[in-house]
Design a protein around this ligand. Structure first.
Ligand code: CAA
Length: 248
């Protein structure tokens, strides 16, 4: 009989990441939750505040934008775990501003954290999954990678890049039993979204056919579906959870 399943979630302490961890724990997974190095205390407080500490959850300090560090930390962690069943590439940041005013640093930071991290984090995990002959990789993209968003040229470019990455890796993973998909959340009730200026957020909400933000549970539920038994025939797909904001 196969043992307990293991999931690695990056950017775990964010709004969507937290809910993803909670749902995988309630499904009996062992969860490895990454946080930024140097934020160990905050990560422990997060576990306590979210009442996750009693679950089978391990914290892992990982700066997903640091390629060398990710290679070292993950290869050691994978050796220790021996197997990995699910990877959720969730870590992401925004540096919103109009393109005219966007600095190279604002472009680079978003690319490094949201897109380059996919190379660094996924490659060692993917290789391990191919050896095992099974695995699920789920990349958290965004409605704004599909439709483009005013003030988010950097973020939209990175999130669209995640979708191309997803499809290409799905093509390579299929022969090894590795499914690769993306979830494209719309505006979700998380600190990232509630940080948007109130008047701007109100005008965005008015354009959402369902007239509300997504809950984190609604997004995490899509991730769980793609990771679970009933998601086994889905690969290379982008699952939108956007309240009808963008219909492809
Ligand atoms: N389409 C067309 N024009 C727009 C527009 C839009 N969507 N949004 C704003 N404009 C126009 C405004 O009407 C305004 O025009 P006037 O000068 O003629 O009045 C002009 O652009 C400037 O707008 P702002 O006053 O908003 O400009 P600003 O410089 O103060 O702010 C901004 C710019 C920071 C980008 C701000 O517009 C903003 O925060 N926008 C929201 C960006 C956004 O949606 N971020 C999502 C974050 S959450 C996330 O990313 C999660 C996810 O995956 C969904």
């Amino acid at each position: 009989m196969k043992g307990q399943k293991i999931v690695l979630v990056t950017g775990a302490a964010g709004g969507i990441g937290t809910e993803v961890c909670r749902m995988f724990l309630s499904e009996g997974y062992k969860v490895v939750a990454t946080h930024r190095p140097g934020k160990e205390e905050q990560a422990k407080n997060w576990l306590a505040q979210e009442k996750l500490e009693s679950g089978d959850i391990q914290l892992l300090a990982l700066d997903v934008s640091d390629h060398k560090a990710v290679s070292e930390v993950l290869s050691e962690k994978l050796r220790e775990l021996g197997q990995i069943d699910v990877l959720v590439n969730n870590a992401g940041i925004t540096r919103d501003t109009t393109f005219k005013k966007m600095s190279w640093e604002q472009w680079q930071e978003v690319m490094e954290t949201n897109l380059n991290s996919l190379f660094s984090v996924t490659q060692p995990v993917f290789n391990q999954m191919c050896e095992q002959g099974s695995g699920r990789i789920i990349n958290i993209s965004s409605v704004n990678g599909l439709k483009g968003q005013y003030g988010q040229v950097n973020y939209s470019a990175a999130k669209a890049g995640m979708i191309g990455f997803t499809k290409a890796l799905a093509a390579e993973g299929a022969r090894f039993g590795v499914c690769v998909n993306a979830v494209a959340p719309g505006y979700t009730a998380t600190p990232m979204v509630t940080a948007i200026r109130e008047d701007v957020l109100d005008s965005i909400k008015a354009t959402i056919p369902l007239k509300r933000l997504a809950t984190t549970e609604e997004v995490a539920g899509a991730v769980l579906y793609l990771a679970g038994e009933h998601g086994g025939y889905v690969t290379g797909e982008t699952l939108s959870v956007n309240g009808g904001l963008y219909m492809q």
